[in-house]
Design a protein around this ligand. Structure first.
Ligand code: G4P
Length: 320
C-alpha cells in the first residue's frame, strides 16, 4: 500500500533535528507499543548521529503485555540503547525518564553539565500527552489530528535537565508494506493518505490469527470460534462485522467503508483487547523483505536508466 503523505513541515523537522542534535546528550524516541518496529523512524539514527537513545514504548496500556516484554528486551540488548514502557496513566513519568537518561549518559548532570535531551516520535504517538504530564499541562496541546505539534519547545524537567520537543515526523518512503498498514491502523497517518478498507482488511487478517477472542467478544461474533475465524476470508469477516453493527447500504449490502472505520476505531480505542501487531522476529523478517524488494527496485531503475542512455561514442578505428 502506498502512503501518499509527507507534509512539507516534515522536511523542516528533519532539518531542526539535525541542527539541535549537535548539543544533545540523549535522544528519546517515543514508539507506539502496539507497533514498536513500524513506529521507529529508520532515518533517526542517521539524523541523530548515533547519540545514545532511550526507546519509550508508549501506550503500553493498549499493547499486549507479553509482547511489550519481548520488545523491551530486544531494544535493551542494542548498544547505547535503553527501553522503558510508559502510558498516560503514569502521572509522574519524569523520574523514570531522568533515571534512564542518566544511565545512558552518565557524565552529564549538575549545573555545569546539564543533561540535554531531544524527544522525537511519529505523529499521534502520544508525545503531547507525555509532555503535558511532564509540564503539568502548561504548554503542549494535544489533539487527534496527526501532526498537530508544530513548534519545537524546551522543557525544564529539573535544574540540570532540559528536554527539547520536536514535531511528529514520519519518513518519506515506507519500504516495509506491513509497517504502512500498521502505521495507518494506529492513526499515525492522515486518513486521506490511505484506503481505509484495505487497511482494515489487513488489520483483521492479523487479528483473526493472533487476537480472535478480542474480536469475537467486541463484535459479539458468538457463532465464531477462534479456528473458524482464522480460516475466514478477511472480506467475509469485515462483511460479518459490518452486518453486526448495522453498517448497511440497502438491499442487504454491507457498507464496507463504514465497517472498516468501525474496525479501526475499535482497535485504536483498545476495545479489541490489548493488541500488539508485530513481534521483534516478525518485524525483522518484514524489514529484510522490504529491504530486498527496495534494493531490487533500485537495481531495476538503474538498469532502465542505463538502457535509456545513448551509447558512449567510440573513436573511429584508425588504419594501421
Ligand atoms: P502526539 O502529540 O504524539 O501527536 O499525540 P497526542 O499526545 O496528541 O496523543 C494522541 C492520542 O493518543 C490522544 O488521543 C491521546 O489521548 C492518546 N494517548 C496518548 N498517550 C496515551 C497512552 O499512553 N495510552 C492511551 N491509551 N492513549 C494515549 P485522542 O483520542 O486523539 O485525544 P483525546 O481523546 O485524548 O483528547
Amino acid at each position: 500500500m502506498a502512503i501518499q503523505w509527507f507534509p512539507g513541515h516534515m522536511y523542516s523537522t528533519q532539518k531542526a533535528i539535525t541542527e539541535r542534535v549537535k548539543d544533545i546528550d540523549v535522544v528519546i524516541e517515543l514508539l507506539d507499543a502496539r507497533l514498536p518496529g513500524s513506529s521507529a523512524n529508520p532515518m533517526l539514527a542517521e539524523l541523530t548521529a548515533g547519540r545514545p537513545t532511550l526507546k519509550v514504548l508508549n501506550k503500553q496500556d493498549l499493547a499486549d503485555p507479553a509482547r511489550t516484554v519481548l520488545w523491551l528486551a530486544h531494544y535493551n540488548a542494542l548498544p547505547a540503547t535503553r527501553a522503558i514502557g510508559l502510558d498516560a496513566s503514569q502521572t509522574t513519568p519524569a523520574q523514570q525518564l531522568v533515571k534512564a537518561c542518566h544511565e545512558l549518559s552518565p557524565n552529564r548532570g549538575g549545573m555545569a553539565k546539564p543533561m540535554r535531551v531531544l524527544i522525537c516520535g511519529i505523529p499521534n504517538v502520544g508525545k503531547s500527552t507525555l509532555i503535558n504530564t511532564l509540564t503539568g499541562g502548561r504548554k503542549a496541546k494535544t489533539g487527534d489530528e496527526a501532526g498537530i505539534t508544530k513548534l519545537e519547545q524546551r522543557i525544564t524537567l529539573a535544574d540540570d535537565f532540559y528536554l527539547w520537543d520536536t514535531p511528529g515526523m514520519l519518513w518519506p518512503r515506507i519500504i516495509v508494506p506491513k509497517s504502512g498498514y500498521n502505521l495507518a491502523a494506529s492513526g499515525a497517518v492522515g486518513r486521506n493518505a490511505f484506503d481505509e478498507e484495505e487497511v482494515a482488511l489487513e488489520l483483521l487478517n492479523y487479528l483473526k490469527t493472533h487476537y480472535a477472542a478480542g474480536v469475537a467478544a467486541r463484535f459479539k461474533l458468538v457463532e465464531l470460534d477462534a479456528e473458524t475465524m482464522a480460516s475466514m476470508k478477511d472480506e467475509s469477516l469485515l462483511d460479518t462485522i459490518g452486518r453486526k453493527r448495522g453498517a448497511l447500504l440497502g438491499k442487504g449490502k454491507v457498507n464496507l467503508q463504514k465497517a472498516a472505520e468501525i474496525v479501526m476505531h475499535e482497535f485504536r480505542a483498545g476495545n479489541l483487547g490489548r493488541v500488539t501487531l508485530e513481534t521483534p522476529d516478525e518485524f525483522a523478517l518484514w524489514l529484510a523483505d522490504g529491504q530486498r524488494a527496495d534494493a531490487e527496485r533500485a537495481a531495476k531503475k538503474a538498469a532502465r536508466k542505463q538502457k535509456g542512455k545513448p551509447k558512449p561514442e567510440t573513436a573511429p578505428e584508425q588504419d594501421a
